[in-house]
Design a protein around this ligand. Sequence first.
Ligand code: PLP
Length: 457
Amino acid sequence: MNSVLHRNLRHSLPTASKGEGVYLKDSEGKLYIDASGGAGVSSLGHRSAVVNNAIWQQLNQLECAHTSFFTNSPCESLASRLVERAPTDFGQGRVIFINSGSEAMEVALKLARQFHVERGELTRTHFISRRQSYHGNTLGALAVSGNLRRRQIYQPMLMPTSQIAPCYAYRHQHSNESEVAYAQRCALDLETEINHLGAENVAAFIAEPVSGATLGCATAPQTYFAEIRRICDRYGVLMIADEVMCGMGRTGHWFAMSGEVDIEDSSSATNPVCPDIITLAKGLGAGYQPIAATMASEKVVSVIEKGSGQLANGHTYMSHAVACAAALAVVDEITQRDLLHEVNVMGRYIQALLAATFAEHPYVGDIRGRGLFWGIELVKDKVTKVPFAAELQIAPMIKQVAMQNGLICYPAQGCVDGIAGDHILLAPPFIINTEQINEVVDKLQISLKACLVNKNL
Ligand code: PLP
């Protein structure tokens, strides 16, 4: 029995003992191919000598110096690297480094509030996000998460927020509706909600550019985020992009929002939609250190700089030198090895293979994603898109069977809300090759089959 209080109190977990590239080994010597990078974390694979060396070198210099007294060289370099890679309109933004995605979201919410307070907009306290979203487990982040299952028992403790429609073309786009018309309809939901609440009460809108765990890599229709940007500007509402899971190269761009262009504006291909605040985590440290970031654009920073000149929020381990050195090595390694190119090439390979293997499968409703970030939605009925009953626990069972078959893939149960199917998420390391992708898809196919047999399907 495990002594650590893991999520499932009734089952013991295998002990992970060693990592090597895209593989993990447990203490019994069993090998697993890590096709979900944990949950979109492990972008460089396991045991990268470059990142390990960077950590060791930093430890030999300085582990941590409190940010009330000092800055440090890895955190400054890392912040510059991130700002340089952000969409152009981000300007001379600045970065706050913390420890987890949930913390990054808390910082983003507080930053948005501070921005409005500095401008004398004291009534702007309300946040709008999307249904079936997940932005973290702490109370603020959970309050803006539209995932009912995660919120359930904490509901009375959460601040009031609003949720609008997610971009979920598989279920919500009408058969006679163009992609752009669907994008407009989704975006208008935001304008309607802002008007309903009164713009003077709204602080920010929050969305994942590509929805990860809750909607299985659902991408937005073309022009959606450009329209969202226009609506936010029209009403003085800040736009927060949660790139905790989809950022840091996962979609083939450093920032997932960089893949969002306005097809009505010819200049936008080089100047994509730019959020006011961006959160990053998972792939930032790539699993080598717990680190997350909240990036504040020049627009946000300049208001605070000209106002109080003080960030109202702080944490002990901000800008931890070893964590920042690890993330800096991750960014530099992705850059030097041109791994974003690999994400695009391998992304096209996995997309084609998933389509060839599963598109005709009677229980596969949809396959979607971008780069090396793919979701497979499973449904009871391919024609009506009716999901499996939640009690059947299809996604968790596939995860379990896949583990037995030496495959790590990430399950997401949208069906708990009764409005989406079970999902399997694939987010392998950027160093994966075609042979290893074949192994992943092969093992997934075997595991899906075994799970369906087990459920008498
Ligand atoms: N935001 C998104 C989109 C996530 O997927 C997650 C975690 O899965 C979080 C925020 C919270 O991050 P963490 O688990 O590091 O607190």
